[in-house]
Design a protein around this ligand. Structure first.
Ligand code: GTP
Ligand code: MG
Length: 391
C-alpha cells in the first residue's frame, strides 16, 4: 500500500519525517516504495527546519499562516490553527499532488497531535479539503493524544483534544489513535523519548505497507495482505498493535526432526507475539468493541505454516468476537516473527469519552476566565475615560 503522508504541527511533522525514513528503509532493504510523498505543514518555521529526512524545500516543508503568526506558531490556540488552514489550505493541496508517483497513491494519512494548536486545528479542515478534492481515495488520520501530566498542567490540553477528536470523527474515513502515555519509557530523557516514541509509533506500518508491494514470489505469502484488505478494515476509531518474538539463530538437525514439537513451539511463538501486540495497543480499548480487525504475520518463510495462521485466527476471533477479521502472511523477516494487529470500527473508546466529558467542565472555566479578563479590561478602560489620548 502506498500513502501520501502529511504531518501538521510539530508532532505531526516529526512523525511524517519518520515515515519518510521508513520509505528510505523500504527502498534500501527491499527495493520497494511505500510512501509516494511526505510533507510537513506548520505555522512555525523553526519546527520545519528541525526536520531531517523530508524534502528540505518549501514544497515539502510548508509554512502556513506566515502573515498571522510571523512564523512563530499559534501558541495552542487551535481555533487559530483551523482559521489559518482555511486560508492557506490551497497551498497544501497544490504541494501534495506534485510528486511524480502521486498517481500510485492508495490513501492519504494525515497526522497531528490532538493537544497542540496548529496540528489539532488544521487536521480536520485539511482532511475535509483533501476528501473533497480526491473523492476516490480514503483519507485517514493518525492522532497523537497527550501525556497524562499535560492534562493536569494545561487545561487547553483537554479542550483542544476534545474539539479535535469530535471534528476529525465527522470527516476522516478512519482515525488511528495513539496515546503518548502508553509509550513512556523511563530510561530516556524526554526529548530522546519523543524520538523513540515516534519510531515506535511508525514501526508497525513497515511490514503492513510493504506486504502488498512485494513483486518477488518468494516474498508473497499464501494470503497476501494488500491495500484492499487494509482499506476494507479501516473505518472510524481505530487502534494498532505490534508484537514480536525472536527466533533462534541456529537449529540443530534433531530439532527439525521432531516435527510435532517444532509446530507447537512455532504456534506458541506466534501467540506470544499476538499477546504482545494486544497488550501494546496504541491506546487502551476493549477488543470486543471492534467491528473490524486485521492481523499480519511476518516471519521467515519456513516459520509460516497453516496451523500457525489458523491458531492466530481463532485466538483473535476469541478476543474480538464481533469483528470481521482479515489476515495475511508475509514471508520476509529474518530471525524474528512479528504480528501487526488493527482493531477498527470501535464502538467505544474510553479515552475519547474521557476527553469529551472533561472538556464540558473546562469549556465553562475557559469562558468564565475570558469574561473575567474582559470585565477587568472594561474596568481599566473606565478608569481612563477622562484621560486625553494621543490617537
Ligand atoms: N509522540 C510525539 N508527541 C509529540 C511530539 N511533539 C509534540 N508532541 C505532543 O504534542 C502535543 C503538543 O502539540 P504540538 O504538535 O507540539 O503542537 P503544534 O501542532 O505544533 O501547535 P502549536 O505549537 O501550538 O502551534 C503535546 O501533547 C506533546 O506531548 C513528538 O515528536 N512525538
Ligand atoms: Mg508548534
Amino acid at each position: 500500500m502506498k500513502l501520501v503522508v502529511v504531518g501538521f504541527g510539530q508532532c505531526g511533522g516529526r512523525i511524517a519525517d519518520e515515515f519518510a525514513r521508513l520509505n528510505r528503509r523500504a527502498r534500501a532493504q527491499r527495493g520497494i516504495e511505500i510512501i509516494t510523498g511526505a510533507f510537513a505543514v506548520n505555522t512555525d518555521a523553526a519546527d520545519l527546519s528541525g526536520l531531517s529526512t523530508l524534502g528540505a524545500d518549501y514544497q515539502h516543508r510548508i509554512l502556513i499562516g506566515g502573515r498571522k503568526t510571523g512564523g512563530h506558531g499559534v501558541g495552542k490556540i487551535n481555533e487559530l490553527g483551523a482559521e489559518i488552514a482555511k486560508e492557506d489550505g490551497d497551498k497544501v493541496i497544490d504541494a501534495i499532488r506534485t510528486p511524480k508517483r502521486f498517481f500510485e497513491t492508495d490513501a492519504f494519512l494525515l497526522i497531528a497531535s490532538a493537544a497542540g494548536g496548529t496540528g489539532s486545528g488544521a487536521i480536520p479542515i485539511m482532511t475535509k479539503y483533501i476528501k473533497e478534492r480526491y473523492m476516490d481515495k480514503p483519507v485517514y488520520n493518525l492522532i497523537i493524544l497527550p501525556f497524562e501530566h499535560e492534562e493536569t498542567t494545561e487545561e487547553r490540553t483537554i479542550y483542544n483534544s476534545a474539539i479535535c477528536l469530535k471534528s476529525v470523527n465527522s470527516v476522516a474515513d478512519a482515525i488511528i489513535l495513539v496515546d503518548n502515555q502508553r509509550y513512556v519509557r523511563k530510561d530516556f530523557s524526554l526529548r530522546n523519548n519523543l524520538a523513540k516514541i515516534n519510531a515506535l509509533i511508525v514501526e508497525p506500518f513497515y511490514n503492513l505497507l510493504c506486504a502488498g508491494e512485494e513483486k518477488k514470489s518468494k516474498h508473497i505469502g499464501a494470503k497476501m495482505l494488500d491495500a484492499g484488505d487494509i482499506i476494507q478494515t479501516l473505518v472510524g476509531w481505530t487502534v494498532i498493535g505490534y508484537g514480536t518474538s525472536q527466533l533462534p539463530l541456529f537449529r540443530f538437525p534433531f530439532w527439525q526432526m521432531i516435527n510435532f514439537r517444532k509446530k507447537s513451539t512455532e504456534t506458541h511463538r506466534g501467540i506470544h507475539a499476538m499477546d504482545e501486540a494486544l497488550s501494546e495497543l496504541s491506546i487502551k480499548c476493549n477488543p470486543r468493541d471492534a467491528g473490524r480487525a486485521l492481523y499480519l504475520l511476518s516471519a521467515p518463510a519456513k516459520e509460516v505454516n497453516m496451523d500457525l495462521i489458523k491458531e492466530l485466527g481463532s485466538y483473535l476471533r476469541y478476543i474480538a468476537p464481533e469483528a470481521t477479521i482479515r489476515n495475511g502472511d508475509y514471508p520476509r523477516e529474518r530471525g524474528m516473527l512479528d504480528i501487526i494487529i488493527i482493531l477498527s470500527e470501535l464502538g467505544d473508546v474510553e479515552k475519547v469519552r474521557h476527553y469529551y466529558n472533561k472538556s464540558v467542565g473546562v469549556i465553562h472555566e475557559i469562558k468564565q476566565r475570558q469574561e473575567e479578563i474582559e470585565t477587568k479590561l472594561r474596568g481599566i478602560d473606565e478608569a481612563s475615560k477622562d484621560i486625553p489620548s494621543l490617537l
